[in-house]
Design a protein around this ligand. Structure first.
Ligand SMILES: CC(C)(COP(=O)(O)OP(=O)(O)OC[C@H]1O[C@@H](n2cnc3c(N)ncnc32)[C@H](O)[C@@H]1OP(=O)(O)O)[C@@H](O)C(=O)NCCC(=O)NCCS
Length: 171
């Protein structure tokens, strides 16, 4: 398996694997994460350093992205979607993608990354409740699912977090 930054030519494969990973009961219905990704790739808050693919030989089998949101005027990364092609799940691909985006964040001196996700999955990557760190979600019902991984506590902005614009119709 290889890991590298996503390039434009990967995007069709990224949409396909994201569709498969998030598919509901009817596989013909496009999950909202696919449209979200299309908008994220085209928004101002997209940063190619934080869009990473996993490949098996030449096929793209996994993808993770973080885009710039903001807290009180200061930039903070928001992670998601993360997706691994169903036939490649449970082999550590998701974990490797998470490790890679964290390594990149540390290399680029990012203070933290927030996400909305399952605590049972993301705790293992060092995420904890964001509100305990003073980062407030726009929707209180997110509760413990709104999480942060802190890289530099002193530089972490505190206040209400707003995701990149494409998220905002539902976040
Ligand atoms: C979540 C996802 C990215 C994990 O990718 P993966 O390559 O299978 O992850 P890993 O192999 O590194 O880790 C697998 C472990 O994660 C855990 N896990 C996966 N999804 C989980 C969830 N929703 N809640 C809790 N734990 C979860 C399981 O313990 C699993 O262990 P197992 O293989 O013993 O069952 C993948 O399952 C996926 O694409 N799911 C659909 C899309 C999605 O839910 N994305 C995350 C939200 S943005």
């Amino acid at each position: 398996m290889r890991i590298r930054p996503e390039v434009f030519d990967d995007r069709a494969a990224v949409y396909a694997l994201t569709h498969a990973a998030f598919a509901g009961i009817d596989p013909m219905v496009e999950p909202e994460e696919v449209g979200l990704l299309q908008n994220l790739f085209n928004c101002e808050q997209y940063d190619s350093r934080f869009s990473i693919v996993a490949l098996d030989d030449t096929a793209v089998i996994g993808h993770v992205i973080a885009t710039w949101g903001e807290v009180e005027g200061e930039a903070l990364l928001g992670l998601g979607p993360l997706a691994v092609a169903p036939e490649y799940q449970h082999r550590g691909v998701g974990s490797i993608l998470m490790q890679e985006i964290h390594d990149k964040a540390e290399e680029e001196r990012v203070s933290g990354i927030v996400l909305l996700g399952a605590p049972a999955y993301y705790r293992r990557f060092g995420y904890g409740p964001a509100q305990a760190q003073g980062i407030i979600p726009t929707q209180s019902m997110w509760g413990e699912h709104f999480m942060v991984r802190v890289f530099d506590e002193a530089r972490l902005p505190r206040g209400t977090f707003h995701y990149a614009k494409p998220f905002r119709s539902d976040r």
